[in-house]
Design a protein around this ligand. Structure first.
Ligand SMILES: CC(C)(COP(=O)(O)OP(=O)(O)OC[C@H]1O[C@@H](n2cnc3c(N)ncnc32)[C@H](O)[C@@H]1OP(=O)(O)O)[C@@H](O)C(=O)NCCC(=O)NCCS
Length: 154
């Protein structure tokens, strides 16, 4: 059973930066996490984290825009994968967004990122477009797969 996600605090920024750098091919960096954690800046972003034995092992960043929302980033430590942590983070984010009146959730994912595509598909997201050459990649640019799901029926 995964641990329960909690809202990240500004003091989590260094651990978030380190975990993101370890799992994300395009790491966000400290300033981006500081911004996401700074409720004063009006971005309306939220960050949830999962801890195991005092270590931060998972995170998700999302934001609401009127009645839609987006998932911007999610990651789980390589040592903790395939234990339901990613699913738990997505489910908790969607539950919070649904409570706030969001009706649709959008995201984009590298077409080559099978683990993330399967994770999102397992949480009800379906492909609904491609953004060509969206991500920088090792061999030039890579397409983004756009995915979305409705939130109202649960
Ligand atoms: C994508 C990621 C967050 C998944 O985290 P996770 O904790 O391993 O995912 P879960 O254990 O909750 O998996 C839930 C479901 O997703 C799918 N899934 C997860 N990893 C998968 C993989 N490597 N291959 C195929 N399906 C996978 C499965 O359907 C899985 O259910 P199952 O284990 O019952 O088969 C993790 O692999 C990761 O951090 N990757 C690097 C960062 C990243 O790519 N983030 C996404 C940016 S858009």
């Amino acid at each position: 059973m995964p641990p329960r996600p909690r809202a990240a605090q500004p003091c989590d920024a260094a651990a978030l930066e380190a975990l993101d750098a370890a799992v994300n091919p395009s790491p966000w960096g400290r300033r981006r996490f500081d911004t996401a954690l700074d409720g004063e800046r009006g971005l309306d972003e939220e960050v949830l984290v999962l801890e195991e034995r005092g270590q931060l092992v998972g995170y998700i960043v999302f934001a609401r825009v009127l009645d839609e929302c987006s998932i911007y980033n999610v990651g789980v430590s390589g040592l903790c994968r395939r234990r339901g942590f990613g699913a738990c983070l997505v489910d908790e984010a969607l539950a919070r967004l649904r409570e706030r009146g969001c009706r649709r959730c959008l995201l984009e994912v590298r077409v080559s990122n099978r683990a993330a595509r399967e994770l999102y598909a397992s949480r009800g997201f379906r492909p609904d477009g491609v953004r060509k050459n969206y991500y920088p990649g090792a061999d030039g640019r890579e397409d983004a797969l756009l995915m979305s799901r409705e939130l109202r029926n649960e």
